[in-house]
Design a protein around this ligand. Structure first.
Ligand code: ZN
Length: 356
């Protein structure tokens, strides 16, 4: 299958299963000797099928939001625990890649903040830095770790900015792109995927989401063989399981809080087919100890995310089949799903694609 899910926020204390795909982070996992050592142990323990090393752009994003000073000095450390500043360069990302040997790595990027409306000035300011960092990461990767595949994060808010960004990558050797979820809508994601298909980019990674609507879109493009590989990642399995103790639906991944205060009708059966739910009722979950419920929910949530992705792929032979499947999964009230399906039909008519 050319459609794979990666789990972010995996640690030695919290991992759903062995042999999964995991997303590592150049700051958390690769910026210090202790981080590298703990991550090597983690890799030894989990034996992941594939790993993607994210660049730490998300850390820059958070640091910028928090008003920290952002430095770019390869000779200094990353200041991981410094409250006031962050230092990150393509060299740091490459060092993390050399140490952790992931399957693929993401080049360093300066993400656009999530804002409504047009913010062309932010794009203008960050574009040259993003292109420089992409080129520098590509150069260093070619020199030190040419066997590791390279994904370039595209930081754009609309199709015009996207075109300009891709134009700026002309002539650069890379394996694929990553599309941060932060400024994506279903319509925009489809427009980007169509362009990337036209540009013959072989691998697209959708960064930071595994929600049902986006999974459906990604599954469709993967199943139609527009790309050699379509991948996605998120921390949702962990955030829902660990903090909020939410059970994600094995049908559409919508979450539902389950704790001792939840009213559960007797007739409501747990129909999840994951190995963790065998002989476990919703009542059992609600009254389980907090810590064991968290572990259980993390495992279940990760497993169903992969299962739903597989089912969507299986049911994406045609757009009609995918729409029927998604609507039958009780997603008719999910506006994102409706928007996604409508936009896919528009794109299909416009570009005449579908191999069937
Ligand atoms: Zn389950």
């Amino acid at each position: 299958m050319s459609f794979e899910i990666f789990h972010a926020a995996v640690s030695q204390r919290n991992y759903p299963e062995k042999n999964i795909n995991i997303l590592l982070n150049a700051v958390e996992n690769g910026a210090t000797d202790s981080g590298v050592s703990a991550t090597r142990n983690l890799l030894q323990m989990i034996k992941p099928r594939s790993t993607i090393l994210d660049s730490g752009g998300s850390t820059i994003h958070a640091a910028e939001k928090a008003g920290k000073v952002i430095l770019s000095d390869p000779d200094l450390s990353v200041y991981k625990s410094d409250e006031t500043k962050l230092n990150l360069t393509p060299e740091h990302v490459i060092r993390a890649a050399v140490a952790l040997k992931p399957t693929a790595m993401v080049s360093l990027d300066w993400p656009l903040q999530k804002r409504n409306g047009e913010r062309d000035d932010e794009f203008r300011k960050k574009l040259p830095v993003n292109l420089d960092w992409a080129k520098e990461t590509a150069r260093l990767r070619q020199k030190y770790v040419p066997e590791i595949r390279l994904l370039i994060p595209v930081q754009a808010r609309d199709l015009d900015q996207f075109e300009e960004f891709m134009e700026g990558l002309s002539g650069l050797a890379f394996t694929g792109v990553s599309l941060p979820h932060r400024n994506l809508t279903p319509e925009l994601l489809i427009q980007y995927l169509v362009r990337l298909w036209q540009l013959r980019v072989p691998w697209v990674h959708i960064l930071g989401t595994t929600c049902f609507a986006y999974l459906g879109i990604a599954a469709y493009f993967a199943r139609q063989e527009f790309f050699k590989m379509v991948t996605m990642d998120s921390t949702t399995w962990f955030v829902n399981g660990n903090r909020a103790s939410s059970f994600m639906s094995p049908h559409n991944l919508l979450r539902c809080n389950i704790n001792e205060d939840t009213w559960i009708p007797e007739s409501l059966r747990n129909d999840c087919s994951c190995p963790f739910c065998r002989n476990v009722s919703f009542q059992d979950m609600a009254f389980a100890r907090y810590s064991s419920r968290s572990v259980f929910l993390c495992c279940h949530n990760a497993w169903v995310t992969e299962m739903v992705a597989r089912q969507l792929y299986k049911n994406a032979k045609t757009l009609e089949q995918l729409t029927t499947y998604m609507m039958n999964k009780k997603a008719m009230n999910d506006m994102k799903v409706r928007k996604a399906m409508d936009a896919l039909f528009v794109a299909q008519r416009q570009y005449g694609f579908e191999m069937g």
